[in-house]
Ligand binder design. Structure first.
Ligand SMILES: [Zn+2]
Length: 96
């Protein structure tokens, strides 16, 4: 993936009042009909971005795992993966 490629965008209110949502390029078309993905209030999620967590598409739940995580973010993900495994083992034994 190239640094300038992106699979998702953050959408901000045109009047600058805040973050409206996060969508993958596919859902963006459905979530924001008629909006130009290259408009000033749309911020692409680039592969070079760094964040404490992976952004997620609000419509399809797709996770943009191609960005970089901060050290804090990496620790968080490892922690979550550990608990997911614990949960899965519990479910496999017939638990809730
Ligand atoms: Zn999506």
């Amino acid at each position: 993936m190239k640094a300038w490629d992106y699979e998702g965008v953050h959408v901000f209110a045109e009047d600058g009042s805040g973050h409206m949502g996060t969508y993958c390029n596919y859902c963006f078309v459905k979530a924001c009909p008629g909006m130009d993905i290259e408009a000033d209030n749309i911020a692409p999620i680039f592969a070079t971005d760094e964040s404490d967590y992976y952004p997620e598409c609000e419509m399809c739940g797709g996770v943009f795992e191609y960005i970089n995580l901060t050290e804090e973010g990496k620790a968080e993900v490892e922690d979550r993966e550990f608990w997911n495994i614990v949960d899965a083992n519990y479910t496999n034994r017939g638990g809730a």
